[in-house]
Design a protein around this ligand. Structure first.
Ligand code: IMP
Ligand code: MG
Length: 184
């Protein structure tokens, strides 16, 4: 899927595929350095982080392990409900593990603060967060995001894993939707 498949539904490309891969390579270099002597477990948050994870893990030099969790804090609308539910849990025992949560976007931060507390309570040696995108509201939440790709304006975005009503996850870039898509 690309911009040409979206027609009038695409308002603007915010981050191109090149912007994203350049930034992910920088973040991977940093993570390689920070975890050089550690066995890192990447925990991807489905479904949004699938594309970030796929490209990030290939940019890493470390032989990182990967696991996945699916949580839900969203309906099909555009605002966080604050209610987090585990849809799919990890297969990995976190005891003594260095966990790096890989997220698509931090908006209210509600999902993330719940997730970090949940993973920390399982006996992990460390729990850090890498997020491709961060919206301004995230500043209000007391969760440390150790690695942030891009700070973006407070607009609803789609693409590169992010959806609107489960659509547009396959876009290779991050863009904003034309209002007629979510107002109809
Ligand atoms: P939070 O709990 O408000 O931080 O929301 C976290 C989750 O909401 C993210 O992992 C996304 O799945 C979703 N989300 C937040 N903002 C957007 C957006 O602009 N577009 C698509 N999904 C979003
Ligand atoms: Mg998500």
């Amino acid at each position: 899927m690309d911009a040409s498949d979206m027609g009038a539904d695409l308002k603007k490309v915010l981050l191109s595929a090149d912007d994203i891969s350049t930034r992910l390579a920088e973040m991977a270099a940093q993570v390689d350095e920070d975890y050089a002597d550690k066995d890192v477990l990447l925990v991807g948050v489905l479904k949004g982080a699938a594309l970030v994870m796929a490209d990030f893990v290939r940019a890493l030099h470390l032989p990182a392990q990967m696991d996945w969790m699916a949580v839900s804090s969203y309906g099909s609308g555009t605002k966080s409900s604050g209610v987090v539910r585990i849809i799919k849990d990890l297969d990995t025992d976190l005891t003594g593990r260095h966990v790096l949560v890989v997220e698509d976007i931090i908006d209210s931060g509600l999902t993330l603060s719940w997730l970090v507390a949940n993973l920390s309570s399982r006996g992990a040696a460390s729990v850090e967060v890498l997020a491709l995108l961060r919206k301004p509201d995230a500043a209000k939440v007391h969760v440390d995001v150790r690695y942030t790709g891009f700070e973006i304006p407070d607009e609803f975005v789609v693409g590169y894993g992010l959806d609107y009503a489960e659509h547009y996850r396959g876009l290779p870039f991050v863009g904003t939707l034309a209002p007629h898509v979510y107002e109809s």
